[in-house]
Design a protein around this ligand. Structure first.
Ligand SMILES: [Ca+2]
Length: 221
């Protein structure tokens, strides 16, 4: 049984690396042409788009937190609460196949939380992208990606998957945008693996790996 589990574990690890290589080939150029800012004009109104990610401002006006949560989703937007360090921020700063990886403690779900301070007003579109891997040693793979609605004081699902290869979870929000940016200007995102770590003779872990996350904010000038 132990040998079988060891094999299962080895296969899991190799699958993660295989997925990574595969996705690097497939997606390497997906965002290479995405500028930090762009603008356009429609019917006399001018719009700009600004991208928020961790390539700049990490720990200053945008923050990431790690490891795990005990509920999926949690009832508050303050967990997980262990902030990334400099090296960990660097791993999620670009879509490059380099991941910040978590393994949840017993009975918890592996999780990352991201908070962005948004400076713009008159926002017409939030385009949100998370890239990475959600895995469980034996239960449901994949993850659920949430956004905090401060008006309803709860998380809402942006996108989800039950499969383990590297994925892009994505959403566009064009109405009720102000529900997602609180009074201090912060927008909170949460990635949660789908099943908790548990112990039944052996430990079976919930694992989450983030490669990249961003928010494109389009607003009227
Ligand atoms: Ca990365």
């Amino acid at each position: 049984m132990r040998k079988k589990l060891a094999l299962l574990f080895a296969l899991s690890i190799s699958a993660i690396f295989a997925g990574s290589a595969y996705s690097t080939i497939l997606y390497a150029n997906q965002y290479s042409e995405a500028g930090i800012s762009s603008s356009y004009t429609v019917s006399g109104a001018s719009y700009n788009t600004t991208t928020y990610d961790f390539s700049t401002g990490a720990g200053v006006d945008r923050w990431a937190y790690r490891i795990d949560v005990s509920q999926n989703p949690p009832p508050t937007n303050s967990v997980p609460s262990t902030e990334f360090n400099t090296a960990q921020y660097s791993r999620i700063s670009s879509d490059d196949g380099v991941f910040q990886v978590e393994r949840a403690s017993m009975w918890n779900y592996a999780s990352h939380r991201f908070v962005f301070h948004i400076y713009q007003n008159n926002i017409t579109l939030l385009h949100i992208v998370w890239n990475g891997i959600g895995r469980h040693d034996i239960l449901t793979d994949g993850l659920t990606f949430y956004i905090w609605n401060h008006t309803g004081a709860s998380y809402e699902v942006l996108d989800s998957t039950n499969s383990y290869p590297e994925v892009y979870l994505e959403a566009n929000i064009s109405s009720g945008v102000n529900n997602y940016i609180d009074g201090s200007g912060n927008l909170t995102l949460l990635a949660v693996q789908n099943s908790p770590s548990f112990r039944f003779f052996w430990n079976f872990y919930s694992r989450l790996a983030t490669d990249y996350v961003k928010v494109d904010v389009t607003y009227m000038v």
